[in-house]
Write a protein that binds this ligand. Structure first.
Ligand SMILES: [Zn+2]
Length: 345
């Protein structure tokens, strides 16, 4: 079974291959007349509202509340209401939440203390039928299959219709934007990060609950899980966050370049790469907006004070100067990587 990897821990072989293939395939010298028109014919994203992924995320959400140690992603969310439930249904649901609380309640879904099994289950469930008609137990731990099948009856009866509607509404709300702005934004971001967008559309599981910072997470091979209910995940700012998440799928080149430059200059580059991803999607989204919308647009990183903690104010300074010079075509990629690292204290 293919081991799924965290985006900050290791580099996906799939993406390395895609990058190398693109570099090797590129002619060493092309004239303007010869330059091929690289028009992407496959969609950027593959959106789903999947019953099983939603159930898994809902159970994890309830488990975090049950153990009383909610991550920041659930701070303001109330537990699913049990009003109107029969005693038997409530007991059946509670048993599933208790299982998740016992096994995953103190885990992070993502991050340095993340739980690999949570993500492997999430990835496996994304391959199950969206409507939840059946659950293929292959590659899932038997005890998880039993818990999900038992909880599925209750989830479908009380909450899934509303959650599915929320997800479908979110997908519909972004479709036109993805069509009109998506290709230009994707083209700019892949050029900036020196790495192509994944060949296949990025799978996006839209869920009512996603317990993670920003109510969204992305793992490799490319798979984004994105909350339709997250307060910052709506409209244009949610569209920006979607592309930030996507950029985790083609960030290896810039991450490796920063790490290598950090070693050369004996600087701790920390998670500068992550601040750089936020900054880049914000700048490029503003650029592809109609002129009338640019002035009033505040990128996600500024709007939600992403650059305010730890070393991030220092990252913000080098991004606004040296990285911005690169985004303005004043310096090349190698010079930009050198300069942003040199600019760190
Ligand atoms: Zn991120």
């Amino acid at each position: 079974m293919l081991k799924r990897t965290w985006w900050w821990r290791s580099t996906s072989p799939l993406l390395i291959c895609a990058t190398l293939a693109a570099l090797l395939a590129r002619p060493s010298r092309v004239t303007a007349q010869e330059k091929p028109q690289l028009v992407r014919t496959t969609p950027l994203f593959d959106f789903h509202s999947n019953f099983w992924v939603n159930l898994h995320q809902a159970l994890f959400h309830e488990a975090k509340l049950r153990v009383g140690k909610p991550a920041r992603g659930v701070q303001s969310a109330a537990p699913l209401s049990a009003s109107g439930m029969s005693t038997q249904d409530e007991a059946q649901w509670n048993a599933a939440v208790s299982f998740y609380a016992e096994h995953f309640g103190t885990s992070q879904q993502f991050g340095p203390l993340g739980n690999d099994e949570l993500i492997q289950i999430n990835d496996n469930l994304a391959e199950q039928p969206d409507d939840g008609a059946r659950l293929n137990p292959a590659a899932l731990p038997p005890e998880i299959v039993a818990v999900l099948q038992s909880a599925a009856v209750i989830y479908r009866k009380y909450w899934w219709p509303a959650h599915n509607e929320s997800n479908e509404n979110w997908i519909a709300s972004q479709e036109e934007r993805v069509q009109s702005l998506g290709p230009k934004l994707a083209s700019a971001m892949t050029k900036d990060l020196h790495q192509p967008w994944p060949a296949a559309p990025i799978r996006v599981d839209v869920c009512y609950y996603v317990v993670a910072l920003g109510y969204a997470l992305t793992t490799l091979p490319p798979h984004t899980t994105f909350s339709s209910n997250g307060p910052a995940n709506q409209d244009l700012i949610g569209f920006e966050l979607l592309f930030h998440e996507a950029s985790h799928s083609f960030a290896d080149t810039v991450m490796n370049a920063l790490a290598a430059e950090g070693r050369i200059q004996h600087k701790d580059v920390g998670d500068l790469w992550h601040a750089l991803l936020f900054y880049t999607s914000g700048v490029e989204l503003r650029r592809v907006l109609p002129a009338s919308g640019q002035a009033s647009f505040t990128p996600y990183g500024y709007r939600y004070q992403v650059y305010s903690g730890g070393n991030w104010p220092k990252y913000r300074r080098v991004l606004e100067t040296d990285w911005q010079a690169y985004l303005n075509d004043k310096i090349d990629f190698a010079d930009a990587i050198h300069s942003v690292v040199a600019g760190l204290p």
